[in-house]
Design a protein around this ligand. Structure first.
Ligand code: AMP
Length: 545
C-alpha cells in the first residue's frame, strides 16, 4: 500500500461546535423552556457555555470514557450537554423518559452512569426511582438554583455549575474511534440494548445528512425545529448537522402537542420540522382548525414509522408543505435513507409522484443496502423482489454495548446488520418497506413488544395460543391487536382478557381489541406465521375508527 500524504486529523464532535461558533457564530438557537419562557442565543454563545460546562464536568470528576446521563427535553441545556460531555471524552447517555421504570433502572446501571442531568419536570419520576438507582449516582437539575423545586434528593443546579468557569476551552486530543454517545433501544423482547456511537460515526452520519441537506431543510438560510427528541438517537443527527450547516435551531421543549407546536412554529417562523407521523397528525388537526399552516413552514420530514399517503397528500396539496420521508434505526445513528426528489421525480404525473412519496427513499451516503431471501441470498433491486433489508456503513453499529447475546443474532455471516424490516428496492434505489420480521409494534413512535404481550396473554389459563400484530390507527399509526385461540369450552370476553393484561403490562401497551379465532396460521416448520396473519387481517379496522 502507498499511504497518502495527508494529515491525520481526527473526526470529532466538538470540532462541529468550534466550527459553528466561528463560521456561523450568529446563527440562533431558540428554546421553549420548561420554565415557560423562550430562551435565545447564538452558536457562539452556546460554545462559551459548553466550555464552562465542560470545565465543570471535569471538576465533578468526569473522565475519559465515563458515562453521563441526561433525562431532558429539546432545549439549549440539553444541546450543551451533548457537546460538553463528548468534548471532554466522556459519553453522553441520553435516556428516553418514556421507557418503563424497570427499563430506566436497568439502563442506568448497565451504562454505569456517573451523573444524571435531569429537567425539573422529570424530578418526581427520578425521586420515585431514587431508592433503586445506584447510590453513587449524582444528580444535576437543569435549572438555576432559584428555580430548584423542593426535593429530598441531593441535587446540584445546572446554572451553579457554570458559575466561575472559563468560557474558552482547548479540547483534549480525542481518538475519533472513541465513544461519544450512548442510546438504548427497546424494540424487541428482553432488556433494552445499548448503541454506542463514536465521534467518527457521528461525523460520517452528519456528512450523509449534509449530502441531501438542501432537501431536508439543512441550510444556513433556513430554520429547523426537531420534534424528534434529543433523548432518542441523537434527534436523528440534527444537533450535529444543524450547527455544522449554520441552520437556526429551534427547540420546542415540552410543547409537542398540535396546539403548542403550531403556536411555537408560527411565532418562530420555522421553515422545516422533523418528527414521527403521530406528531404530524396533531399538527395537521391544528392546521385544519386555523385553515392555514404555521407561518414560514415549507418542509416536513417524516420518519420513525411509515408516512401514510393521506397525510402526505394533505400536507402537500392542502397546505403546500413538502413532505420528505426518511427511514433509519437507532443502530444506524439513525438515518439510513431519505426520500429527496430531483427534477425528474418532481416532474412525474401527480399520482405517480404521490406514490413515490410513500417510499422510504434512497440510501444515505455511507450506507450500503442489500435485500436477501430466507437463505441469505441477495435479491435484485428490481422493484419487485422483496426480502429482509441488511445494512452496513461507517455509522452503522458493529455490536450492542456489553451485550453479547443481543449482538450474536444481529448480524449476518458477512457482518451486515439485520434491520428486521422487509423491503423492495427499485432500480433507481427507492426503498419501499413492505413488512417486518421483528416482532414489534410502533405506536406513536414508541415500541411495543408483541412477544411480551403474547407471553402476558398466554399466562391466562383459558388462552391456548395467541398472536399480537400491528393494525393501522389514525393517530398512533399502529396499535396492537390480540388474536387468541381459547382452550376448548372456555368462554372469556375481550374485557376480561384486557383486565387480565392490565395487571401485567403498561396501560399504553394494552391491545386495542381482541379477536377470538378457532386456529392461527403456521409455517411449514410449525411456527406461527405473522406474515399470513397480517395478510388475513389486512382489511381489519379497530372498533370505533
Ligand atoms: P428505532 O430504532 O426506534 O429508531 O426504530 C427503527 C425502526 O423503525 C425501523 O427498523 C423500522 O421498522 C421503523 N421505521 C423507521 N422509519 C420508518 C419509515 N419511514 N417507514 C416505516 N418504518 C420506519
Amino acid at each position: 500500500m502507498l499511504p497518502g500524504n495527508m494529515m491525520d486529523r481526527p473526526l470529532t464532535v466538538p470540532s462541529i461546535l468550534d466550527f459553528a461558533a466561528e463560521i456561523h457564530g450568529d446563527a440562533r438557537v431558540i428554546s421553549a423552556r420548561v420554565e415557560g419562557d423562550v430562551h435565545r442565543y447564538s452558536y457562539a454563545d452556546a460554545h462559551k457555555r459548553v466550555s464552562r460546562l465542560a470545565h465543570a464536568l471535569r471538576q465533578l470528576g468526569i473522565k475519559d470514557g465515563d458515562r453521563v446521563a441526561t433525562l431532558a427535553w429539546n432545549g439549549y441545556r440539553h444541546f450543551e450537554l451533548y457537546y460538553a460531555i463528548s468534548g471532554i471524552g466522556a459519553v453522553c447517555h441520553t435516556i428516553n423518559p418514556r421507557l418503563f421504570e424497570d427499563q430506566i433502572l436497568y439502563i442506568v446501571s448497565h451504562a454505569e452512569d456517573r451523573i444524571l442531568f435531569l429537567e425539573t419536570s422529570f424530578l418526581p419520576q427520578v425521586e420515585k426511582l431514587a431508592d433503586r438507582l445506584p447510590t453513587d449516582l449524582r444528580y444535576v437539575v437543569m435549572c438555576a438554583a432559584e428555580d430548584l423545586p423542593e426535593t429530598a434528593l441531593d441535587v446540584l443546579a445546572f446554572e451553579d455549575l457554570l458559575k466561575g468557569q472559563l468560557d474558552t476551552i482547548i479540547w483534549p486530543d480525542l481518538d475519533e474511534r472513541q465513544a461519544s454517545a450512548l442510546c438504548y433501544t427497546s424494540g424487541t423482547t428482553g432488556n433494552p440494548k445499548g448503541v454506542l456511537y463514536s465521534h467518527r460515526s457521528t461525523l460520517i452520519h452528519t456528512m450523509g445528512l449534509l449530502a441531501v441537506g438542501q432537501s431536508i431543510g439543512l441550510s444556513p438560510e433556513r430554520s429547523l425545529l426537531p420534534v424528534v427528541p434529543l433523548f432518542h438517537v441523537n434527534a436523528w443527527g440534527l444537533p450535529f448537522a444543524a450547527p455544522l450547516v449554520g441552520t437556526d435551531f429551534i427547540l420546542p421543549g415540552a410543547r409537542l402537542d398540535g396546539a403548542g407546536l403550531f403556536a411555537f412554529m408560527d411565532e418562530e417562523k420555522v421553515n422545516t420540522s422533523w418528527g414521527v407521523p403521530t406528531v404530524w397528525f396533531g399538527l395537521l388537526a391544528e392546521m385544519r382548525k386555523h385553515g392555514r399552516k404555521p407561518e414560514g413552514f415549507e418542509c416536513v420530514l417524516v420518519g420513525g414509522s411509515a408516512a401514510p399517503k393521506p397525510m402526505i397528500e394533505e400536507f402537500e396539496k392542502d397546505f403546500g408543505v413538502t413532505v420528505v420521508q426518511a427511514w433509519g434505526m437507532s443502530e444506524m445513528s439513525p438515518v439510513g435513507s431519505v426520500n429527496s426528489f430531483y427534477a425528474r421525480q418532481r416532474a412525474l404525473p401527480e399520482d405517480d409522484r404521490m406514490e413515490l412519496k410513500t417510499s422510504q427513499g434512497r440510501r444515505a451516503f455511507g450506507v450500503d443496502f442489500k435485500i436477501v431471501d430466507g437463505d441469505g441470498g441477495r435479491l435484485p433491486h428490481d422493484g419487485v423482489a422483496f426480502g429482509e433489508l441488511l445494512v452496513r456503513g461507517g455509522a452503522v453499529m458493529s455490536a450492542y454495548y456489553n451485550d453479547e447475546t443481543a449482538t450474536a443474532s444481529a448480524f449476518d455471516e458477512e457482518g451486515w446488520l439485520k434491520t428486521g424490516d422487509v423491503a423492495r428496492i427499485d432500480p433507481e434505489g427507492f426503498l419501499f418497506l413492505v413488512d417486518r420480521t421483528k416482532d414489534v409494534i410502533k405506536s406513536g413512535g414508541e415500541w411495543i413488544s408483541s412477544i411480551d404481550l403474547e407471553s402476558a396473554a398466554l399466562a391466562h389459563p383459558d388462552v391456548a395460543e395467541c398472536a399480537v400484530i400491528a393494525v393501522p390507527h389514525p393517530k398512533w399509526v399502529e396499535r396492537p391487536l390480540l388474536i387468541a385461540v381459547l382452550e376448548g369450552g372456555a368462554n372469556v370476553t375481550t374485557e376480561e382478557l384486557k383486565a387480565f393484561l392490565g395487571d401485567r403490562v403498561a396501560k399504553w401497551w394494552l391491545p386495542d381489541d381482541v379477536v377470538f379465532v378457532d386456529a392461527l396460521p403456521h409455517t411449514a416448520t410449525g411456527k406461527l406465521s405473522k406474515m399470513a396473519l397480517r395478510e388475513q387481517f389486512s382489511d381489519y379496522t379497530l372498533p370505533g375508527i
